[in-house]
Design a protein around this ligand. Structure first.
Ligand code: MTE
Length: 323
């Protein structure tokens, strides 16, 4: 269950101190494990695993947690959207192994005090990695519940010292057709690289996670290794995978899906059962695993169930217009 905050506390202050304190404690142990068998980004598998077990114990007073049944690992890693590897749901599981995720670097540019190309390893050094169990709801009306391992995006962005002109942040996925067969396809509708963006306050919100792992393991390639975004109150397409560029901008950037079909996919893409997709309803979702005989059809919640935390970000906005 998601722990609710009292209504009078601004959503910007929802992270209880106890969670932060425990997280610190957790990390003291986890960081000490660094050493042998480093995986992409310098995080050891043992480190992630040990951490996830301890994080699970803290779930009770953790607002970044849901006790809803978790999607089995098998389903979360075999039913994916990752167009760089093809458009079928099983393409990423089949073809993403071709991607080299180590070494990995992220280029930072735009309205920022510390631009440059950073090695992932350096960015992850000393970073508090924690477990968060989030619902992720795809615009195609299916959803999953996944235990992610990661850190708040805000911690990372603050390190680059955005200037006062930085109103938005744009992300780009790797462009490497030699390893990403979807980028070689003549039938692709996406103008590569895949890009996404957030308003600065959305990016800095405590719910917004940069993920490097799931289910106590390093991220599988098909889920966006070695580093991806998870924005749980927005449709899944905002949660961009395999990030290699972060650009701070003054103007609202355009995302890949906006370029393809601006009437269907907006910049905000907040999960909203009241606003239908032009071609289908958004009132219900299929919670995976779902089948013809056990469809697991459930009602979609406003902001995917995170309204208490994020609704104030949009309080003066017409959500039909800014979809
Ligand atoms: N990121 C990139 N680079 N390419 C993609 O095709 N698909 C998005 C998002 N991130 C996508 C992406 C969509 S539509 C969804 S629903 C989620 O990834 C799916 O994440 P998952 O496969 O880990 O469940």
């Amino acid at each position: 269950m998601l722990i609710r905050k009292p209504a009078d506390i601004p959503s910007s202050e929802i992270t209880p101190e106890s969670v932060y304190l425990r997280r610190r404690e957790l990390m003291k142990g986890a960081v000490a494990l660094a050493g042998a068998a480093l995986l992409p980004g310098g995080v050891s598998a043992a480190e992630l695993k040990a951490l996830s077990y301890r994080a699970a114990e803290t779930a009770e007073d953790n607002p970044f947690y849901t006790s809803e049944a978790q999607t089995p690992f098998k389903d979360a890693t075999s039913y994916n959207n990752f167009y760089e590897f093809g458009t079928a749901k099983d393409d990423p599981a089949q073809y993403a192994a071709a991607l080299t995720t180590d070494p990995w670097s992220i280029e930072v540019e735009g309205e920022v005090g510390k631009p440059g190309r950073y090695h992932l390893e350096d960015l992850l050094k000393g970073m508090d990695i924690e477990e968060r169990v989030y619902r992720l709801r795809c615009v195609e009306a299916w959803s999953m519940v996944i235990p992610w391992l990661g850190f708040p995006l805000s911690t990372l962005l603050a390190r680059f010292e955005p200037t006062s002109k930085a109103k938005y942040v744009q992300f780009e996925t790797l462009f490497r057709p030699s390893e990403m067969r979807g980028q070689r396809s003549a039938f692709s509708t996406i103008d590569w690289p895949y890009t996404e963006g957030l308003r600065m306050d959305e990016a800095m919100h405590p719910l917004t996670l940069m993920s490097v792992g799931m289910y106590g393991k390093v991220l599988p390639n098909q889920n966006g290794a070695p580093i991806r975004l998870v924005v749980p109150w927005k449709y899944g397409f905002k949660s961009i995978k395999s990030i290699t560029k972060i650009r701070f901008t003054e103007k609202q950037p355009r995302s890949s899906w906006q370029r393809i079909a601006p009437d269907e996919y907006g910049f905000y893409a907040n999960v909203n059962p009241e606003v239908d997709h032009p071609r289908w309803s958004q009132r219900y979702e299929r919670r995976l695993p779902s089948s013809l005989f056990a469809p697991q059809r459930i009602k979609t919640q406003m902001f995917n169930g995170y309204a208490e935390q994020v609704a104030s970000l949009y309080k003066d906005m017409n959500l039909r217009r800014y979809y």
